[in-house]
Design a protein around this ligand. Structure first.
Ligand SMILES: [Zn+2]
Ligand SMILES: [Zn+2]
Length: 125
């Protein structure tokens, strides 16, 4: 199996998902298409795709999650079910002004996450 085929499969499967899977969750999905792929291969390719700006890596506490949607958008992490949702609140224009590099810090990515309870979990409480 060619390496580019594996990478394409990982990229395509991630692109179909809105769930922002962890690497091991994506591995379970890609494995249905490429049964012989390894977890390490999935992580290696995710890192490569991230470096090329084709996927987003989202640090969420204990795990990184991955997003095939790279256009700027916010996220909402549910503290109960730990699901990460796309979230588009109305943010006042003044709050969205671009942040520039400083002498001390060179920005490589920015990740805003709102935190709380999703509708399903709210309904249960
Ligand atoms: Zn929830
Ligand atoms: Zn997202």
């Amino acid at each position: 199996m060619r390496k580019s085929q594996q990478r394409t499969a990982i990229f395509e499967e991630l692109g179909k998902l809105k769930s922002h899977p962890r690497g091991d969750e994506l591995y379970d999905i890609v494995r249905q298409r490429l049964p012989r792929i390894s977890l390490g291969t999935v992580y290696r390719n995710l890192e490569l795709l991230r470096q090329r700006g084709m996927v987003l890596e989202l640090p969420c506490g204990d795990f990184n999650r991955y997003d095939g949607k790279i256009s700027p958008h916010h996220h909402f992490l549910c503290r109960q079910c730990r699901r990460l949702w796309d979230f588009n609140p109305d943010i006042a224009p003044g709050e969205s002004k671009p942040i520039k590099n400083t002498a001390d810090f060179q920005i490589e990515s920015q990740f805003t996450v709102f935190y709380g309870l999703c509708r399903q979990c709210l309904a249960k409480t």
